[in-house]
Design a protein around this ligand. Structure first.
Ligand SMILES: *[C@@H]1O[C@H](CO)[C@@H](O)[C@H](O)[C@H]1NC(C)=O
Ligand SMILES: *[C@@H]1O[C@H](CO)[C@@H](O)[C@H](O)[C@H]1NC(C)=O
Ligand SMILES: *[C@@H]1O[C@H](CO)[C@@H](O)[C@H](O)[C@H]1NC(C)=O
Ligand SMILES: *[C@@H]1O[C@H](CO)[C@@H](O)[C@H](O)[C@H]1NC(C)=O
Ligand SMILES: *[C@@H]1O[C@H](CO)[C@@H](O)[C@H](O)[C@H]1NC(C)=O
Length: 290
């Protein structure tokens, strides 16, 4: 009965959908939501979020239960985790070369087949920042491809994103660059010494941190998830938000985040991560009836 009814009314709904003002309104809404999210990675909008935390994120962009995966960085559960990833990892000018930050977020591809689901590709331009805060010289471009699932109000509830070739994007140190790797370890150890203090201390000193991390595999920026240095380079940036949560990830054990994971366990655990059958979050509801 239900399917017969559906058969009868679906053609009418489908043809109405392609013309109705409702269609263009959620199309515009979804695109704006995604563009607004990426706009907040642009300096100095990201700096405000890094300083002020969740309260600086406009309402309506992420659902309180926003959850997703960003390959090759990790998985993020809940609003706080998600916004820390999206904005906390966006570069801040350091004052030292290359003094870079994101200065442009262009949605080069965007499609949305229903109110619930969209797919996008964004190019995030990294440039130097001038003394007056304006964009200076071009440094590099970060690409992110993502599927999005929106709640009834149009806020992001689920996402599955991919950043290809992070190592090449950042010209980051690899195995043939031991001096570069030592510098990266020192950077992680110096930063955690500022943010992981008091009862959030995870190393006795920056030197102890250096000793522990120098003994670990460096890792690859194209597989940032593991008990390695690379994983800690991203998690150390998050210690500014919630040191009690993120310092253990930078510490000797990896705190359950910077730990060795099985490819099959973390790349395909959709049902666990999203709490829905495989494929459900990122297909339009009516496609189930095909
Ligand atoms: C994103 O930022 C650009 C550049 O500042 C601006 O022109 C555009 O209106 C913003 N888009 C949204 C949806 O906020
Ligand atoms: C988030 O999930 C919890 C637990 O399932 C639920 O009670 C709550 O209503 C959800 N919040 C939103 C905004 O959907
Ligand atoms: C961002 O980059 C795009 C693509 O290169 C360009 O068309 C646009 O004008 C730039 N936006 C700003 C605000 O610089
Ligand atoms: C850790 O330090 C924070 C901030 O100083 C404090 O709020 C918290 O109660 C401390 N926790 C413990 C277990 O001492
Ligand atoms: C860190 O440890 C490595 C390996 O023991 C050593 O070569 C390097 O000099 C140390 N760096 C600092 C800043 O102490």
């Amino acid at each position: 009965m239900v399917s017969l009814l559906w058969f009868l009314i679906a053609p009418a709904l489908l043809s109405a959908a392609s013309q109705s003002p409702l269609h263009s309104s959620w199309r515009k809404r979804n695109k704006e939501t995604v563009q607004k999210i990426y706009n907040l990675t642009i300096y100095p909008a990201n700096a405000k979020i890094i300083t002020e935390g969740a309260s600086a994120v406009p309402t309506g962009l992420f659902n309180a239960n926003a959850t997703g995966r960003v390959t090759p960085v990790g998985e993020f559960s809940g609003f706080q985790d998600s916004i820390e990833y999206f904005f906390g990892l966006a570069a801040l000018p350091t004052g030292a070369p290359p003094n870079g930050a994101i200065t442009n977020a262009t949605l080069v591809d965007f499609t949305t087949g229903c109110a619930e689901v969209a797919a996008s590709t964004v190019y995030l331009t990294l440039s130097t920042i001038n003394a007056d805060g304006s964009a200076g010289a071009y440094i590099s471009t970060l690409k992110q491809v993502a599927f999005w699932h929106f709640d009834e109000e149009g806020a992001v509830l689920q996402y599955d994103a991919w950043i290809p070739s992070i190592a090449l994007f950042g010209n980051l140190p690899h195995d043939s660059d031991p001096a570069g790797q030592r510098g990266t370890i020192q950077g992680v150890c110096d930063l955690q010494a500022q943010t992981c203090v008091g009862n959030n201390t995870v190393y006795d000193s920056a030197a102890a941190c250096n000793q522990t991390l120098s003994a670990k595999p460096f890792g690859s920026f194209d597989e940032a998830w593991g008990d390695n240095v690379v994983c800690r380079t991203s998690h150390v940036l998050l210690t500014k938000f919630r040191p009690e949560v993120h310092c253990p990830h930078v510490g000797p054990t990896g705190g359950g985040k910077c730990v060795d994971v099985e490819y099959n366990d973390v790349c395909f655990n959709d049902e666990f991560l999203f709490g829905e059958p495989l494929g459900r979050p990122f297909n339009c509801p009516d496609e189930d009836d095909d």
